[in-house]
Design a protein around this ligand. Sequence first.
Ligand code: ADA
Ligand code: CA
Ligand code: CA
Ligand code: CA
Length: 197
Amino acid sequence: AAPAAPSVAWPKATVDKPVTATIPVSGTVDGGNARYFGSGALGGDGQDEGQDPLFKLADGAVLKNVILGAPAADGIHCSGSCTLINVWWENVGEDAATFKGGASATYTVDGGGAKGADDKVFQHNGGGTLTIKNFQVSDFGKLYRSCGNCSTQHKRAVVVQNVVVTAPVGSLVGINQNFGDTATISKVTVVGKKSLD
Ligand code: ADA
Ligand code: CA
Ligand code: CA
Ligand code: CA
């Protein structure tokens, strides 16, 4: 038999918290595995563009131990560099997180997981480098997309490292080679399917 995939159990939510207005995050915030879900103006769970996020991280912010339940609207936005540690999306909204910093921004997604993304999980609209590591994803269209039509275009980089992808699966990354994007991929385990699209 194939060795078990190195995935971590999803956390059990400690408390449910409706979010009716985007929560600003700066510095380091530990959510203690609370489950946040959109309500009121943030109650969208469809693919409408232009929805607001549940969390908006300032440059340098760190958000950890958070569960995003449904509906999740536009997930998390990072205005600059940011770190997401053990963040879990139970049912991705329009997308899970959007990275909007400048050319030298660095963003890290370390641990956590995502399920139920109609299309994209991580959306890279600004510049810089996104590292996605020690992550698990299932039932999704694309783990990462470098924006193809943003009003300001950038050369972007993505690093995917130690990720477990479980069927039903879509594709791993979409980049714009015409803008000089790069993708560096290592240690991807695919469960329940012979290959990725
Ligand atoms: C789509 C859309 C982009 C951008 C992106 C997002 O890919 O074409 O312009 O809006 O979604 O940030 O969700
Ligand atoms: Ca979108
Ligand atoms: Ca989407
Ligand atoms: Ca979006």
